[in-house]
Design a binder for this molecule. Structure first.
Ligand SMILES: [Zn+2]
Length: 103
């Protein structure tokens, strides 16, 4: 926000302050709408198969929770679970992890 200029009337000053306030409110609302859309997507898709859309069942296996679709027989892992299953030994799973590893 810039300092009040000498030529600026009190009315202009308050109009500008109000406009800045409204602009900030509009931007905040825009940001929260994106968050709301994300929340809506999560509500719609959480624990549903990404391939066929049927409900996933959580199955515990070797200390991790596998999400299983008993309709299309797909098997899904959360972040970090593939790494846990792969262990430290070099092999096929370690190769996959190497391909998709970020940063
Ligand atoms: Zn499925």
């Amino acid at each position: 926000m810039s300092l009040k200029k000498p030529s600026e009337t009190e009315e202009e000053y308050f109009a500008r302050i109000n406009a800045e306030k409204q602009r900030k409110l509009a931007h905040d609302k825009g940001k929260s709408m994106v968050t709301e859309e994300r929340e809506q997507l999560k509500r719609l898709h959480f624990m549903h198969c990404p391939k066929c859309g049927m409900e996933l069942q959580a199955v515990s296996f070797r200390g991790i929770q596998i999400d299983k679709c008993y309709y299309c027989n797909g098997t899904w892992l959360d972040e970090g679970e593939l790494e846990h299953l792969a262990g430290k030994e070099p092999g096929f799973l370690q190769s996959i992890i190497g391909v998709f590893k970020g940063d």
